[in-house]
Ligand binder design. Structure first.
Ligand code: SAH
Ligand code: SF4
Ligand code: F3S
Length: 432
């Protein structure tokens, strides 16, 4: 049996694509191995969102070059955002790579595989998510039509392209039949779903259709651009029982001048209003955000506006990054990277510390509460699952609870997770 090794970094979109590629290879008779040493095929799914990610990719490619010298029969395939639309320069720089294919361009990979193995496979397993555990990712819109000045994603993933509603519903029905209880719809800009489809269905329409899929109990979605979150969508979130009270709404900065230089298309007043509207219409909603510190020219006062935003809005989760100039982006071409790395680290540290105390207070507020958890797996002897608001919960019990919806009582808390005792299977689980 031929073997494959999968190397993956980056966002959930990459994780999802890797799962699909893995599923395809398994269907082709390949077996997953834990190390690239001796593998017949090494598949790398790459990220370049920051310089540090790109350095990891280049490091792994260097390591693989050495391995391939010793086992020349190994094939190396690279996908993800490291791959440029015209990979000519990459081919020259890394001649040991057998195939480069841009993120999501599966056909380029499958036709290469077919040519290699000289046989035609009948099924197209790439279209389905891997089912390990009760949750699955479902990409619904690829690419991005915004050009935030710091961001390389649109250059590597191209323009927006939505999958038809019927195709998504059909896939989710199939997943549900296989026992999947929770899906996460994926898109760089999920709220612009559908604008390129005939009849212009939107995310609210898609959520309404998916809410009717039997057996499915939870629907999540990632990532929401504040500019595209509208009343119709908020209404759908509030109304549809399976749609979780949870949103990822990157602010990027708390300062209007910086937001404008980033070309985010909203002001901080608009962002704050949006958060208020979401909290008003979707009670208990968990809101996470992304922040970049040290954007070119960000002054101490501008950074303090971001600190104010984080302090005032009390997000459930904050992903903080130090600005990293990316080749080809508008910011890297026009704005010098002025903030020294030590200063960026200091700013990251300030927000991390602030957020840790906020997250710890939010967790503490759940102490003693009865909450519904979808159990995903057992880790280190404890059952691990998530609440509808995406909080990580652990509890002990001897029975097998994989894939079950259970009610637990929170017994102790930390900023990033909750410990609980099992009460019962949830009533909703018994009803479905
Ligand atoms: N589509 C999503 C996020 C894509 S990239 C959105 O619009 O929010 C994921 C996160 O990486 C971004 O939210 C941003 O905070 C961070 N990021 C992107 N480019 C970056 C850069 N050049 N330097 C530092 N962080 C960056
Ligand atoms: Fe990048 Fe902005 Fe598009 Fe998000 S919306 S992927 S940050 S360009
Ligand atoms: Fe990275 Fe590409 Fe995702 S750059 S964050 S893998 S869209």
């Amino acid at each position: 049996m031929p073997t494959y090794y999968l190397w993956n970094i980056g966002c959930q979109m990459n994780k999802s694509e890797s799962e699909r590629l893995g599923g395809y290879l398994e269907a082709e008779g390949y077996r997953l191995v834990e190390t690239p040493r001796g593998a017949d095929l090494v598949l790398m799914n790459t990220c370049v969102v920051r310089g540090s990610a790109e350095e990891r990719v280049v490091g792994e490619l260097g390591y693989l070059a050495g391995l391939k010298k010793r086992s020349p029969r190994m094939s190396i395939v690279v996908t993800g955002c490291f791959v440029e639309s015209k990979p000519g320069a990459l081919k020259e720089r890394f001649p040991h790579v057998d195939l480069w294919f841009p993120a999501g361009k599966y056909e380029e990979f499958t036709s290469w595989m077919k040519a290699k193995t000289l046989h035609w496979s009948s099924a197209d397993p790439l279209l389905t998510a891997a089912a390990n555990g009760p949750t699955a990712f479902v990409p619904v819109i690829q690419g991005c039509d915004y050009f935030c000045t710091y961001c390389i994603v649109p250059y590597r993933r191209g323009r927006e392209h939505s999958r038809p509603v019927d195709e998504v519903v059909c896939e989710v029905e199939g997943l549900s039949r296989r026992g999947i209880k929770e899906i996460t719809l994926l898109g760089q800009n999920i709220n612009s779903y559908g604008h390129d489809l005939p009849g212009r269905p939107d995310l609210a329409d898609l959520l309404a259709e998916l809410n009717d899929v039997p057996g499915l109990v939870r629907i999540r979605f990632l990532t929401s651009h504040p500019r595209d979150v509208d009343g119709r969508f908020i209404d759908a979130m509030a109304r549809l029982g399976k749609v979780c009270e949870c949103i990822s709404l990157p602010a990027q900065s708390g300062d209007d001048r910086v937001l404008q230089a980033m070309r985010r298309g909203y002001t901080i007043a608009q962002y704050r209003d949006l958060v208020q509207e979401l909290r008003q219409h979707v009670p208990g909603i968990a809101i996470s955000t992304d922040i970049i510190v040290g954007f070119p020219g960000e002054t101490e006062a501008e950074f303090q506006h971001t600190v104010d935003l984080v302090r005032d809005l009390r997000f459930d989760t904050v992903h903080i990054a130090a600005y990293s100039p990316r080749p080809g982006t508008i910011a890297s071409r026009t704005l010098p990277d002025t903030t020294p790395i030590e200063e960026k680290k200091r700013r990251v540290g300030i927000i991390e510390q602030l957020q840790e105390s906020i997250a710890s207070e939010i967790s503490l507020g759940l102490q003693g509460r009865r909450i519904e958890v979808l159990v995903e797996r057992k880790t280190k002897g404890k059952w691990e699952g998530r609440t509808r608001t995406d909080k990580l919960v652990f509890f002990s019990d001897n029975a097998d609870h994989t894939g079950e919806l259970v009610d637990v009582e929170i017994t102790s808390t930390s900023p990033w997770s909750l410990q609980a005792t099992l009460l019962s299977r949830s009533e909703k689980a018994l009803a479905t």
